[in-house]
Design a protein around this ligand. Structure first.
Ligand SMILES: [Zn+2]
Length: 136
């Protein structure tokens, strides 16, 4: 999906240049952040600002076109975090370098996007030590 430059800039500015899932700043990521379709085009999502989120390449790739995940405990389908309709702090909190999910939506999203994979924790710890990532 080729979005216009203006739209991409607006998505980035609105997110203060941080991934809306893992919160890494685009200057600190190895690959440029992307405008993610919160509800993928495949599922009928449109390319307007109200369906776009700023996402790092890792979160965007892991999310793919998914909009939900299966809770491994209950087997139920759980929607993923929607940065346009929900607040990050209602579904996650930071504990040192860990992104701790506080809802089932947060859990499903953290699991699918691998928010606490070992290498991501190490990166976050480094960025926190440099004052480049929020520490709480
Ligand atoms: Zn991310």
């Amino acid at each position: 999906m080729n979005l216009g430059r203006k739209v991409r800039e607006e998505v980035a500015r609105r997110a203060r240049f941080r991934c809306e899932y893992c919160r890494i700043h685009d200057l600190d990521a190895g690959f440029p952040h992307q405008a993610d379709h919160v509800v993928s085009v495949k599922h009928g999502g449109l390319s307007g600002l109200d369906n776009l989120a700023y996402a790092c390449a890792i979160c965007n790739r892991r999310k793919g076109s998914d909009i939900a995940s299966i809770d491994p405990v209950t087997g139920e389908l759980v929607a993923l975090f929607n940065p346009r309709q929900q607040r990050w702090s209602d579904h996650f909190r930071l504990d040192a370098e860990w992104i701790i999910p506080v809802t089932r939506i947060g859990e499903a999203t953290a699991r699918l996007l691998g928010l606490n994979l070992t290498e991501r924790l190490a990166e976050r710890r480094l960025l926190q030590s440099l004052g480049r990532y929020p520490s709480g």
